[in-house]
Design a protein around this ligand. Structure first.
Ligand SMILES: [Zn+2]
Length: 484
């Protein structure tokens, strides 16, 4: 059985069949860039990354668009608070989001569209809706006429009376129906505005995503991924706008990622209980945060607490220790490669079978709606088998099967991004070694200064300077840094 995905639209697991054979398009509702993202937001971004990596592993050619909402009420309010322009704030927090994502090992999307760079596309889409009598203009604002779309509510599965209760009903008596929502907001004093056929103003949030998704991925995309808080009204409205405009299904599979909790409560800005991703990354290695965030399947609740993080740290230690042990013994000696007489015994055969089993279990787990928790379980079952094998077996034939195990482990861990082969260790090792070497030179320089050997002292300082290492003499002793 192939990949199955839980579709919020049908509320069922469905076989995954992309629109265009091996090509898969994904849209991910990205952040509104008024602040740094918290680790709850990061869960959605990371699930998107892993879905993309797994589809690539399965041989699909994936195109991901992840937007940045860079104009919105929240941005206007925060910029005013900080006394900077909306543009400055959005640029700064947008860059910070991409930097935080990179630190979490998230591969950049093929395209990161910004709302303010797609105003003409939004205007065209709104005009199409007006032409189809699905939108109306009042005093320079444009509203979507929910009554025009018979299927409204199909994603959130809400009854008309619930939709009414759930709509963000700000007191606006001009609207025909309280469920109708802004497509274009007429200019208010002091707000950034753009020209439009209906006068100066700015786009509504929902139309931004419809316009950006269709511009970069076509009228029908394969996967639409968002946090579960966006299902209604945001995603419901995206469907209403896009499908009425094009007459085609907007997204084939709607994926919604569950909230991250902290001490049993939903992590969120409005609840004022959250941990910024950048702070978490200052305290834990990337792989530990990734492991924690995928230690539950994405539709299941997950609680952020020190115990869970400690568990992930422990798991990562086991994983790294095992792969380190394999990197030593896993490379067959050339003589062994040439030696056809090496015969694998029972232990090797059974480890080989365990490797095959791990790969099969990993794929079965990921095919079951990206069950990362079970996929990690399969990896650690093999790690246990490898550790037992290494303890007991020391045969000439071991190297081949261990190399085989190492390849399978690095490949599957690579899909989840929970193992970065050597480089991170090597980098931190060499940084540490460099620090020790420079400190040694600073000690020698200090001794020279004490015996008034200025020539040696200056020579050390000058030679280091040539290497872009700058010494700073402080009351606590000399420190160093790379010069700019
Ligand atoms: Zn969106």
């Amino acid at each position: 059985m192939g990949l199955q995905i839980y579709n919020s639209l049908s509320r069922q697991l469905e076989d995954f069949v992309p629109l265009n054979n091996e090509r898969v398009t994904i849209y991910n509702c990205g952040p509104t860039v008024y602040d740094y993202i918290h680790i709850g937001n990061a869960r959605t971004a990371l699930v998107t990354d892993i879905i993309r990596r797994y589809l690539t592993y399965k041989g699909y050619n994936v195109k991901l668009a992840q937007n940045l909402t860079d104009i919105d009420d929240k941005i206007i309010a925060r910029a005013a608070e900080l006394g900077i322009s909306e543009k400055q704030l959005a640029q700064q927090r947008g860059d910070a989001f991409l930097e935080d994502s990179r630190r979490l090992g998230i591969q950049p999307a093929e395209v990161h569209p910004k709302a303010t760079e797609h105003i003409p596309e939004m205007i065209t889409l709104i005009q199409t809706l007006i032409d189809k009598r699905a939108a109306y203009v009042i005093d320079g604002s444009v509203y979507y006429r929910v009554n025009a779309f018979a299927e409204y509510g199909k994603l959130s599965h809400r009854k008309p009376e619930d939709l009414l209760a759930g709509a963000r009903v700000e007191i606006d008596k001009r609207k025909e129906d309280p469920r109708d929502f802004d497509l274009w907001k007429a200019a208010k004093p002091g707000e950034p505005t753009w020209d439009s056929p209906w006068g100066k103003g700015r786009p509504g949030w929902h139309i931004e995503c419809s316009a950006m998704a269709m511009k970069h991925l076509g009228n029908t995309l394969d996967l639409h991924i968002a946090g579960e808080d966006l299902l209604f009204p945001h995603n419901e409205n995206e469907i209403a706008q896009s499908e009425l405009a094009t007459g085609k299904p907007f997204a084939r599979y709607w994926v919604h990622v569950a909230f991250l909790k902290i001490d049993g409560r939903r992590m969120g800005k409005s609840e004022r209980n959250f941990i910024l991703l950048r702070d978490a990354l200052d305290n834990y290695p990337t792989e530990v945060i990734r492991h924690f965030l995928i230690s539950a399947q994405y539709r299941h609740p997950l609680d952020y607490n020190p115990e869970s993080l400690a568990k992930s740290e422990g798991a990562l230690r086991r994983l790294n220790n095992c792969l380190e042990a394999l990197s030593g013994s896993g490379k067959p000696e050339p003589t062994q490669l040439a030696d056809t007489a090496v015969v694998e015994g029972e232990a090797e055969t059974s480890l080989r079978a365990a490797v095959q089993q791990m790969k099969a279990d990993f794929e079965t787990a990921m095919d079951a709606d990206f069950n990362t928790a079970r996929a990690i379980g399969a990896i650690f079952t093999l790690i246990g088998a490898v550790n037992r094998f290494i303890l007991k077996t020391e045969t000439a034939a071991a190297a081949g099967v261990l190399a085989h195990a190492r390849k399978a482990l690095t490949e599957t861990c690579g899909v989840l991004g929970i193992y970065t082969p050597q480089t991170s260790n090597v980098q931190s090792d060499s940084r540490e070694t460099l620090n020790q070497l420079v400190t040694l030179l600073l000690d020698i320089r200090q001794e020279a200064r004490q015996r008034k050997d200025w020539e040696t002292s200056d020579r050390i300082r000058d030679r280091l300077k040539e290497l872009n290492i700058e010494i700073q003499d402080t009351r606590q002793g000399a420190t160093w840094k790379f010069s700019a």
